[in-house]
Each structure stands twice: as C-alpha cells, then as structure tokens.
Write a protein that binds this ligand. Structure first.
Ligand code: NAD
Length: 405
C-alpha cells in the first residue's frame, strides 16, 4: 500500500446521516438537508507513467455507456486500446477517446498487444462464456486481467481462469462494482458494526424483463445460465460482502414460463435461500420476467437496513429503520466503474491482490452451481465450509471519501 492509497476508512465515513422521527406517512429521506461540507475534488488525471494502461475487449452496451466514460475520469487508469470484431466501431471508439486508429484491435490481432508496454491490463467485457478464452489469452501475453461478472459461464471455466492467471503471474480481478461503492461500504459497516443489532434475516431481489429474443443472455452456450448468473449473482455477492462470511447451505427453485420462447435454453426465475453462519437466513429472488426491481433488506434485532435501489449504477438509496427513527444515509456519488478500475490499477502498481480477486468470483460460481443443483434435485445442498471473514478477498479498497450528498 502506498501512502497515497489509504485503505482505512476516511474520517468523513462517520458523517452523512440524517435521522428523522418516524411519523405516520412521513417521507423517509428525500427531504433531508444537504451537506454544507466542501465538495470533494475530482480525482485528477495523472501523468501517463503513473497510470495503468488498459485494453478493453468488447464494445457492447456496458463498455460504450459506462466503461469508456469511466476511464476519462479515472486517476490511476488509462484507456490505451480497444478490441472488437467491428472495425468501424473500434476505430470510432478509439478516436472518440483520444486514441489512434492503431489502438483499435480485433480479436484476431489481440496477441499483438503483447508488444505494447503501455498496455498492462485487459478488461474483458464479453458474453460470459467467452471470459475464459480471453482471460487465458491475456494471461499468456502477460497482461493483468479485469474480468466482468460473472467470472465465467460455469465453475470449470472460472477455475481455469484463476489457474491461468496464477500460472502466468498476472493479477486477476472480478469486476464487482458493488464492492467498491461508498454506500455499499456504509451498509456493510452498519451490518457488521452492530448498528442493527444481531443480523437475523436478509431479503434481496434483482429482477428485470429481458425482452430480446436471440440476444446472447438467452443462449446457454454464451451466457452459461439465465437470470441467476446475470442478476441473481448481485444478491449473492452483495450479501456475502455485507456479512463477510460464506453460506453453508442452499435451497432453490427455478421456473420458466412454459411456451415462452425466451426461456427454452436458460431459466426465467430463481428463488433461493442461503443459510449463513450464526443462523442468518437469506432469501433471494431473481427473474428475467418481472418488472425492474433491485432491493436488499437486512433485518437485525434492533433495526432494518434497506437498500432500494440496491444495485443500480447511480442513485442508490440506503435507509436504516428502527422502532423510533428512519435514517437516510446520503453520500456523494462517485462513478462506480471508476472506483473499481482504479482499485485494480492501485493493486497492479502496488503488486498486491485486489479486494475481489478471481477466487471471489469463483466462490459465487460454486454457490450458483449449488443453487442449480438444489433446484434440479429439489433438496438442500451443503456447501464447503469456509470459516473466517472475507476469506476470498484481498486487501480492502481505497475508501472513497463518504461525504454527504
Ligand atoms: P453486450 O451484448 O452489450 O456486449 C457484448 C459485446 O461482446 C459486444 O461488443 C459483442 O460484439 C461482443 N461479442 C463478441 N463475441 C460475441 C459473440 N459470440 N456473441 C455476442 N457478442 C459477442 O453485453 P454487455 O451488457 O456489455 O455485457 C458484457 C459483459 O459485461 C457480460 O459478462 C455481462 O454480465 C457484464 N455486465 C456487467 C455489468 C455490471 O454492472 N458490472 C453490467 C452489464 C453487463
């Protein structure tokens, strides 16, 4: 860890709450006064040599809408190349972000990046089942790997990715943006710090309507699974992050509407229960057939924490309910992808593992495989026990200043 890369919570972490007495029909937080504290200076672009250069693979929705803009505001990270089989799109994207035509690669010329010393890492933003091939190819040419969630389409591929990166001596990070955002860290502090009393129950839902027949998310060979791998994963991963412990047993059911052509290869809906150490019972639901909702509620002996929305890119809301108060935690928003990418760059620069390494993504793959098995066999499935806290995670990330919005 460098002095400029503190991992301890910033003192401002402790500020930024507004409590209100509970009153019938009282609005919970939107009316809370805003902070008078000075604004946080944006992270300043650093000289090129102090930034880690990335090649981004795949120019789909996430890359174009979120990731390329995130590099423009990153401090430790720099977009150095793009990779796509659509030459026009690749060149246009490169030029739009200050690169040259020569920085646009195809999947066939990917290995040419080996000769680019200014490209230290690749960011894989391709359909899930392609993550393995490109992680292995990146590792072979000595590039660090940032891989979108889920780490792969199945456990075997996830294991292969972890192995390939370890054998090649490159760093691997699963791109779990929710483990880098200030509000999720605040929720974790509240859940683990006793503010809710002993945590008893957690409920989480992540559902959306997936309308596109024929898109890769509905094809088993490209997606690896349905709503569970794509959106249910957020429920699993965020609960594990909030508790810091690992589930012991799963019970699950899946359902797909008979005759719906979208769900001939992958499942529509999954409902699953996870039992965590200490008897914390977790109930989650995900679907490709229900109208958009992304929520997470932690029920403790003395209060309830509610994240709604819980997994969106922006405008997350965190409220804590006790018998007498509703407290809204309003924190200044920082781009989630910028935080995530800059964390990986800091780890590459410092020579340490990221907070969400490949093993973190692999553990979720194992849990999801157990969920499918439980649904198939219609009985509970025991998971391997992993006592301890944050057993699959690296050092905590640089904590962004958590000031009131
Ligand atoms: P997308 O369909 O918008 O883009 C996929 C890209 O992969 C396209 O550029 C496409 O041309 C390319 N591609 C290469 N080979 C392909 C093939 N054989 N079939 C289809 N496409 C092919 O998808 P997306 O939404 O950008 O998702 C990409 C990855 O990012 C997925 O793993 C997804 O789970 C993940 N993702 C993460 C988040 C997040 O919040 N972290 C959000 C969305 C997507």
């Amino acid at each position: 860890m460098t002095p400029a890369d503190p991992t301890r919570p910033h003192p401002a972490d402790q500020t930024g709450t507004e409590s209100h007495p509970t009153a019938p029909n009282a609005p919970a937080g939107p009316d809370a006064p805003t902070s008078t504290e000075p604004p946080v200076p944006p992270s300043l672009p650093q000289p090129q040599t102090r930034q880690v250069g990335y090649a981004v693979l795949g120019l789909g929705e996430l890359t174009l809408d979120e990731l390329l803009p995130a590099y423009a505001t990153a401090g430790r990270s720099r977009l150095a190349a793009v990779v796509s089989d659509d030459r026009d799109k690749a060149v246009q994207s490169a030029l739009a972000y200050g690169l040259s035509e020569a920085d646009a690669y195809s999947y066939d010329t990917f290995e040419d990046l080996a000769g680019r010393d200014d490209v230290q890492a690749v960011y894989i933003v391709l359909p899930n089942a392609l993550h393995r091939e490109y992680a292995e190819r990146a590792a072979r040419i000595g590039k660090h790997v940032l891989c979108e969630k889920p780490l792969a389409g199945n456990v075997e591929d996830a294991e292969a990715i972890v192995r390939a990166c370890r054998d090649a001596g490159v760093r691997l990070m699963t791109a779990y943006r929710c483990q880098y955002t200030p509000l999720h860290w605040r929720a974790r502090d509240l859940a683990q710090g006793g503010a809710l009393g002993t945590v008893k129950l957690i409920h989480s839902v992540n559902v959306q309507v997936e309308p596109d027949e024929g898109q890769w998310r509905l094809r088993r060979d490209l997606a690896g699974g349905g709503s569970l791998l794509d959106v249910g994963l957020y429920c699993i991963n965020t609960v594990r992050f909030l508790l810091g412990t690992e589930p012991l047993e799963v019970t699950a059911r899946t359902h797909s509407t008979p005759g719906d052509p979208r769900f001939t290869e992958v499942e529509e809906s999954v409902s699953f229960q996870l039992e965590f150490p200490g008897g914390v019972l977790v109930s989650c639901s995900c679907s490709y057939g229900a109208s958009h909702a992304r929520t997470l509620d932690v029920y403790g002996a003395q209060g309830r924490l509610s994240l709604d929305p819980a997994f969106d890119y922006t405008s997350l809301r965190l409220r804590v309910h006790t018998p007498d108060t509703v407290t809204e935690h309003r924190l200044r928003e920082t781009d989630q992808f910028t935080l995530e990418i800059d964390h990986f760059s800091a780890c590459i620069q410092a020579g340490r593992d990221p907070f969400t390494p490949g093993e973190e993504g692999l553990q979720d793959e194992r849990i999801m495989a157990a969920i499918y098995r439980s649904a198939r066999e219609r009985q509970p499935v025991r998971l391997d026990e992993h006592p301890g806290r944050d057993v699959f995670r690296g050092e905590p990330p640089e904590r962004p200043r958590m000031e009131r919005a």
